[in-house]
Design a protein around this ligand. Sequence first.
Ligand code: FES
Length: 129
Amino acid sequence: MQQRVSHTADEADTPDLRLRVLLPNGGQFEPPAAVGYRVMELLRFSGVPIKAECGGACVCSTCHVRIPGAWRDLLPPPSDEELAKLDEIPTADESSRLACQLVMTEELDGLEVEVQPDSIILQSNWMAG
Ligand code: FES
């Protein structure tokens, strides 16, 4: 399935959805989102220093997030490629996903995403508690 991928905030459609982002430092905020955008892109647009080293190619495992509770049922299941990468993350569990593989839909308005410490650039103060 072809997914629309954008590369700058200027290319974003009018944001009409929201993410709910929980940070490793305990902070949370609700950045704008739009249909067709990957969660990893939306985190970057909103200033979260997520590593995402491969830029969304599903080869680096550095965009690890957890999806709480019922939100998991609204997401498409991970592909075999995503599952293989999740297996490489020692702290991953059944709530783990790769943010670059999650594409916003209208049904996901308000999606809660817990950014994991292993996916934040270390120099960042977003890690501090
Ligand atoms: Fe590399 Fe998601 S950005 S796996």
